[in-house]
Design a protein around this ligand. Structure first.
Ligand SMILES: Nc1ncnc2c1ncn2[C@@H]1O[C@H](COP(=O)(O)OP(=O)(O)OP(=O)(O)O)[C@@H](O)[C@H]1O
Ligand SMILES: [Mg+2]
Length: 723
């Protein structure tokens, strides 16, 4: 069965295989963790399902190993595609000669003497090989896809840039751990090498395994660490590794988490425990890496934003723009708003004017540099804006291709919040256009640009936010507006849920934002004790409005003991200190800063320090805000809660005004027990009929395609059998 074969195939072979079956090419791995695939023994078994999750247009068979591409031979941490600059340095460390390879292929391997070698090629031929014995690693900007390896005896440095960040981090981990594990073998002297007379060879390094980590750690505990433990990270000034004098302690820049609790007090290296993508998510990543324009959808909590972050980490940063329809959603994926990217203000000006705005210095650079445009929460992007962006892209990029040839990666759930309507007219979703008809007032038709641009539609089915199957089913029913008596009874019954614990009250989700501000202000005022105010430090105070629009934290945060708060950043996922975690302020530290001590529902009590958020502003500008990662959480608006996962919520649905709004509110809760609906009325639950029709059509197309594919697969299986 071809599924078994895939496990042992190279990326290229898999591309060919998939190209044959479904015309989808598997790209490089996305650095999805370093563990061997779970249940790897039964992956190839006959019972393992070949998954097809496409809604329409194409059918992708999910190769069985795409959940952890970084772990598999030929597709993991041993190679990079990026831009490389190789510089010769003089004695003072100044570059004297520089060779730039824009589309470089960088490989990690071993030569005939089993030495670690960094090989830089132009895709076809190796151009340079550097033995990594004594080198410095500058990995501070690994998260931005950049690093430098300085090879000391050669006085050469290799600068890598525009690497997919996730992949670079895996590459650096592999380099560091392999380098340390290699120290168990005594290096040959030049004389010994000559004597050995081995023919020149290069073998790509094997994927990183637990035994490599173990060996590196054993060496550390034997005291060799003084010389070697610095390969783990990097710093501004570089981290020297190799037989030099002891240097700085490692940092965690390239993804290492040196655990400091071991008895010897030495940092321990470990394989990263990155949360793996499930098969559906991995299939989407595969489709994206194949270069297709992809729309993926799925109900609330299926991990769309989680996956988008991985997609961002798997694409070259210089040409990838992560955006979302709202500032809060953009912040979840570390991106910017779509409006900000486009540089066309609100986008309501006529097309010609918008094209002019998009050609302003700084803004034009976004449009020309962009090769991959990511849009999260696309349900809130209206059709005129989408069509306009498509036309702008063609115009400013001087291309007749859809969206000017930019690869579009679009995600969202059209059964959640719709685009904001202007006036009384219902706004059109970006997959439809409004046409005036005589008999009917308006008729929605498929939008021209949506159909022209989107090549692959996929749907994530596995809900990750909730685990209780009956609650998941309840939410699915609400999503499509099918409210049974059982659903009504459960939601009405939730009004009696006691969800307060340890002084932490439920967050009220409000339909209108005025109610939010009022509730939070009043509740804070009602608390006894003095106010502690924390002012943000903004990189550019003149652009406070731009920062406010994208920041998940306010410029001024006022707290008192007893204030209900919510974490706005993932601080420690393992301990439950995640974005949306609920807590209560229990005190303030003594001293000038007076940092707040917060007790969280997960049980942890933490003193919170300022965190930094970075935002991309128009004109290629970066802005930042430093503030405590907290916001008042007596109340938040349903619109602001889109995309969030919340511990304990209280909802009043009486003033719901949008279809999908009730579903968004209810689906923020992780459990039914953590939810209290004050006044449930089945009439407030509405699913937009246009969206239901759109999804129905996509599913129908998928089923038709699947049937024809089944025929094809059945025939080819039979033929194989007969051969
Ligand atoms: N593969 C995964 N492994 C572990 N956790 C996951 C995975 N995928 C998603 N999650 C978790 O599931 C929760 C929901 O994910 P996410 O917010 O990305 O869903 P979503 O589809 O974007 O939801 P919404 O439509 O509400 O925005 C998050 O806590 C996320 O960390
Ligand atoms: Mg999301």
């Amino acid at each position: 069965m071809w599924c078994v074969g895939l496990l042992r195939m190279s990326a290229l072979e898999r591309c060919e295989m998939l190209g044959e079956v479904g015309d989808v090419v598997v790209g490089g791995g996305g650095g999805e963790g370093l563990q061997p695939p779970e249940n790897s023994s039964d992956i190839g078994s006959a019972s393992h399902p070949q998954r097809r999750i496409l809604l329409a247009e194409r059918t992708i068979r999910v190769p069985c190993d795409v959940t952890g591409p970084a772990m598999h031979g030929g597709d993991g941490g041993e190679q990079l595609q990026c831009c490389a600059a190789v510089e010769r340095l003089d004695a003072a460390g100044r570059p004297t000669r520089r060779q730039v390879i824009r589309k470089a292929s960088v490989l990690l391997g071993r030569n005939e003497h089993q030495e670690l070698v960094l090989r830089v090629g132009d895709g076809r031929n190796p151009v340079q090989s550097h033995v990594l014995k004594d080198f410095k690693l500058f990995a501070k900007f690994a998260k931005d896809g950049k690093c430098t390896v300085q090879v000391l005896p050669e006085n050469t440095q290799v600068q890598l840039s525009d690497c997919p960040p996730d992949r670079l981090q895996v590459f650096l981990r592999t380099l560091s751990i392999k380098h340390q594990a290699w120290r168990t073998t005594k290096p040959l002297s030049d004389r010994e090498k000559l004597k050995a007379g081995a023919p020149r060879s290069f073998e790509t390094i094997s994927p990183l395994q637990q035994k490599d980590v173990q060996r590196a750690n054993e060496l550390r505990s034997k005291g060799l660490s003084d010389r070697t433990n610095n390969a783990a990270g990097g710093s501004k000034t570089g981290t020297r590794t190799g037989p030099g004098p002891p240097v700085k302690r490692p940092r965690s820049d390239c993804g290492f988490s040196p655990v400091r609790a071991n008895p010897s007090k030495k940092p321990v290296l470990s394989l990263p425990v990155a949360r793996k993508l499930n098969k559906e998510q991995a299939a989407v990543l595969t489709a994206v890496l194949s270069g297709k324009n992809v729309f993926f959808t799925g109900s609330a909590g299926t991990g769309k934003s989680f996956l988008l972050k991985r997609i961002v980490g798997s694409l070259p940063p210089k040409s990838t723009y992560a955006t979302a329809s709202t500032g809060v959603a953009a912040c979840h994926i570390g991106g910017t708003t779509l409006h900000n990217f486009a540089g066309i203000g609100s986008g309501s000006a006529p097309l010609e004017q918008c094209i002019e705005l998009a050609q302003r210095p700084g803004v034009l650079q976004h449009w020309t540099a962009c090769r991959h445009l990511i849009i999260d929460e696309v349900s809130m992007v209206d059709a005129p804006l989408f069509d306009k962006l498509e036309a702008i892209a063609r115009s400013v990029r001087r291309s007749t291709e859809p969206f000017g040839g930019i690869q579009l990666i679009v995600c969202g759930d059209f059964l959640q919040l719709p685009p904001v309507s202007k006036g009384k007219e219902k706004a059109a979703f970006c997959f439809q256009v409004r046409r005036r008809r005589r008999a009917l007032k308006y008729l929605m038709e498929p939008a021209r640009s949506w159909r022209k641009v989107i090549q692959v539609n996929m749907e994530l089915m596995e809900v990750r936010r909730q685990t209780d199957q009956s609650f998941i089913s309840l939410l699915q029913a609400v999503r499509v507006g099918r409210i049974t008596d059982e659903v009504t009874a459960k939601l009405m019954g939730s009004a009696y849920h006691k969800i307060e614990r340890d002084g932490i009250l439920a967050t009220r989700l409000c339909t209108h934002k005025d109610d939010v501000a009022l509730t939070n202000e009043n509740k804070l005022q009602q608390l006894a004790g003095s106010v502690h105010a924390f002012e943000a430090v903004d990189s550019d105070p003149a652009l406070v409005k731009t920062i406010d629009a994208q920041s998940p934290v306010n410029r001024i945060l006022q707290l008192k003991v007893g204030a209900q708060v919510m974490l706005t950043k993932n601080l420690d996922v393992q301990r439950g200190l995640v974005n949306g975690a609920r807590g209560v302020v229990v005190g303030f530290e003594p001293g000038k800063q007076g940092l707040p001590r917060v007790h969280f529902l997960c049980g942890a009590t933490e003193v919170l320090k300022r965190e930094r958020w970075m935002f991309k502003a128009g004109g290629g500008l970066y802005l930042s805000r430093q503030q405590l990662p907290l916001k008042l959480a007596w109340a938040i608006s349903i619109h602001k809660s889109q995309g969030m996962t919340l511990d304990c919520v209280e909802i009043s649905l009486a003033r719901v005004f949008e279809s999908g709004q009730a579903y968004v509110a209810l689906s923020r809760a992780k459990t039914l027990e953590g939810l209290r609906v004050m006044d449930f009325d089945p009439r407030v639950v509405r699913a937009d009929p246009d969206v239901l029709l759109f999804y129905k059509k996509l599913r129908k197309e998928r089923l038709m395609l699947q049937a024809s594919m089944d025929e094809f697969v059945g025939r080819s299986n039979k033929e194989n059998h007969l051969r």
